[in-house]
Structures are given as C-alpha cells and as structure tokens.
Design a protein around this ligand. Structure first.
Ligand SMILES: [Zn+2]
Length: 241
C-alpha cells in the first residue's frame, strides 16, 4: 500500500506488526530516441508498489530524481548532485525512523544512484544503529539478466537497454515508440563521463543497446521475474534478525 494513501493512525497501527518501508528511486533522464525520460523511476515505482501489494507492506512516495549528471547533455534530463542525493536520502530515512520505521528497502531503477545511495546508508546507519537498509538494482538481478540474454543476446546494452525499454512498454503500452533496428556503440571509456563527452561518444543516448528488440510481451516476463525476485529478497530482509 502506498503510504500517501493512508493516514497516521493506520501507519501507527501497522508499525506494531511491521517497521518495514519500501522506497522506489529512479531518475529523470534521457533513454535514447525511443525510451521514456521517466524509465528508471517508473519501473522502480511499479516494482515497489507491486511488491508492497504482494507482501502487504507500505511503500513510500517515489524519489523520481536521481544522480544523472552524465545525461545532462540531452533535453529532458535533470539531476541531483551526489552530495544532494546523499543528504536527501538521509533526511527521508531520518524522518521515517523518527516515527517508528526501522527497515528500509530501496528498489532502484538507475545505476547512477548506486554509489550515492550506499554512501547515504553509511551516513544514516552511523547515527541509527538499530536501523537496517537494503537495495535492489532490479536490472542487475541475475534472474533478470539471464532472461534478457535469452531475449536480446548481446544487444541488451548498458543504457536505454532492451530490457528496461521493454518493461516500460509493458507498463505504459500507449506510450510505445518504434525505433529502427541497430545497435548503439558499446561503452569502452573511462567512467563516469561529463555530459558533453557522453553525448559525443553516445550521440543518440543509448549505450550498446538495440531496443528495436523490445516488446511489451518481453517486458511483462522481465517485470514478473524482477517482481518475484525482489519480493523474496524483501521477505528475507524483513525476517532477518
Ligand atoms: Zn535506465
């Protein structure tokens, strides 16, 4: 259940049986010429909400913005700096901790967030020793990447991937845009890149992907795998001492 659709007495009552909170986090950034700007937060949000329904746990409002400096050369992208993101996540966690939450499970849709989220966890846990934090990067789950290999071979890529584009077509079929077949350049440069250099090296925004292979049907399969896998991870996280 989404916490924004509840009220405080309901949350107070739920905290007697579970102090877990799911938190979706993504980005507002370009995903190539046919992928949605909101891909990363839309997928993380859908996964967190479905897992929340499956387990009867509360889900926080989506943190849509993430650390996307390298995509700022493309219109429609905006970004938190790493330091802002660390402070923002620490403040969000501290607020929920203050009124009783203790276990925080992030469902992340964007690779650029990973280091800032983990830095935020390190800061937060220093002052909140009885809290627990965890993170799933859904597109890196081995269960997901195995199926992507079957669907897309070596053309899944590293940004605006066939898999993430397929999942958005499953979630938002009316927003589907076709793209001409063809694989984008592979990443083989230093990382991270500044926005100007990123756009020079990856002129249409994709990295190594050919999302002409993406379909809503494949996206439905990948979403189901990610949902089941994250559900089990959250269940274990909630039950761990
Ligand atoms: Zn993405």
């Amino acid at each position: 259940m989404q916490i924004e659709h509840t009220n405080w007495p309901e949350v107070e009552k739920r905290l007697r049986s579970s102090t877990l909170l799911l938190l979706p986090v993504g980005s507002v950034e370009q995903h190539g010429p046919n992928g949605l700007i909101g891909t990363d937060h839309l997928v993380a949000e859908a996964l967190a909400r479905r897992v929340g329904e499956d387990l009867g746990e509360l889900v926080a409002p989506t943190l849509a913005y993430g650390m996307s400096h390298h995509h700022l050369g493309f219109p429609g992208t905006s970004s938190l700096s790493p330091r802002t993101m660390i402070l923002l996540v620490c403040d969000i966690l501290s607020g929920f901790y203050r009124n009783g939450f203790r276990r925080f499970y992030f469902v992340n849709g964007h690779g650029g967030n990973d280091s800032s989220l983990k830095a935020a966890f390190s800061e937060f846990l220093l002052d909140h020793p009885d809290a627990r934090t965890a993170l799933s990067n859904w597109w890196l789950l081995p269960e997901v990447t195995e199926q992507e290999k079957i669907f897309f071979g070596d053309s899944n890529g590293y940004h605006a991937t066939c898999g993430e584009v397929a999942v958005t077509w499953h979630l938002y079929p009316h927003l589907e845009r076709p793209i001409a077949p063809g694989r984008a350049p592979d990443p083989h440069h230093e990382w991270p890149l500044g926005p100007e250099r990123f756009r020079t090296l990856y002129p249409d925004g994709r990295m190594g992907s050919d999302p002409s292979l993406s379909t809503a049907e494949k996206g439905e399969v990948l979403f189901g795998i990610a949902r089941r896998t994250i559900r089990e991870k959250v269940r274990e996280f909630a039950a761990a001492p």
